[in-house]
Design a protein around this ligand. Sequence first.
Ligand code: PLP
Length: 393
Amino acid sequence: MADTTTTLKFAQSLSRLGTESAFVVLARAGQLAAEGRDIINLGIGQPDFSTPDHIVEAGIKALRDGHHGYTPANGIPALREAVAADLNRRHGVEVNPDHVVVVPGGKPTMFFAVMMFGEAGAEIMYPNPGFPIYESVIKYSGATAVPYALEEKNGFAFSAEDVLSKITERTRLIIINSPANPTGGVTPKEEIDKLVKGLLDHPHVALMSDEIYSQMLYGGREHVSLLQYPEIRDRLIMLDGWSKTYAMTGWRLGYAVWPEAAVDHVTRLCINDHSCVNAATQYAGLAALTGPQDAVRDMVAQFDKRREAIVGLLNDLPGVRCADAGGAFYAFPNIEGTGLTSMEAQNRFLDEAGVATVAGTSFGAWGEGYLRFSYANSLENIEEAISRIAKLL
Ligand code: PLP
């Protein structure tokens, strides 16, 4: 009989593709909970709030109204116009709706941006510790992934001087992210000014600014959008979306403002990849931008209270020190004093205390010695979680 054993030959590039470990922790936490363990999940990077009712209703209405077909690949015009109006309201900038491309979440923009610039011989810079998909996709593209450090001593802000010093002739794209995942760090305006000024000496370098947490800043901090710098508009990709701001992670809706020269390229990538975002989700997104914003304000106010609580509680733990987290919904304490590595702490806190967190090393090698706590959970659960960890330590 003929040998029917399959001998599939997967592409080499797959060996360079990483992952997002938060999803692995989520699966493990879910498994332990299914076994009857009482698990508090501080590992997950999504708001613990529901999508506001009026947004859900708009999605349902869109389905009832018969919006069942394809939409333009770059998004329905009314939604792109609403994005431009929202950016004008929030950042005081003029955006051409034709430069807005709506995609299924925040991630497709980073994937497309990296694929557009990345290939063997090219260099792309990314923050470390940072959102793990940056490094993963850069390597997948065949480009060299060049990390720059986000350091605790700088409040996890990037240093413009450091970033600029790493630019070479091969650099094609720099990725920045403020407020940042996993550190909660917010880069101050002076540093962003310096970066933009320095970039003018390097006209071959594009910039992707991931501003998905642009509405989550605390302690009087204000978001600085890279859109506010007209001198780099022709090379800026500004990523934002609905996932975090409107508690819509599962809807899959995001957008970016692209430089004019890249709009056709990204639109073709959309056509090749997903055709368009599902129509009902786009109508929900339109209601989110044009409707009342009080749910956003309330959610951010809750996050702020939890942030104060968790930073204080973490600083009281033996061997732990936690910087003031200025944005997003993450605290990123230094745990070196506990004698545990990041991965040991992640595993022991989950297995022995029933608290899910994510090891700093899941966000790049320079995350060793840190642990990410998401405070997208109730104050009660946060207090209980830290008290369990205190007992364990
Ligand atoms: N950018 C950053 C910095 C994030 O933390 C995340 C999600 O955690 C995303 C982008 C992706 O968001 P989305 O779920 O909309 O793809």
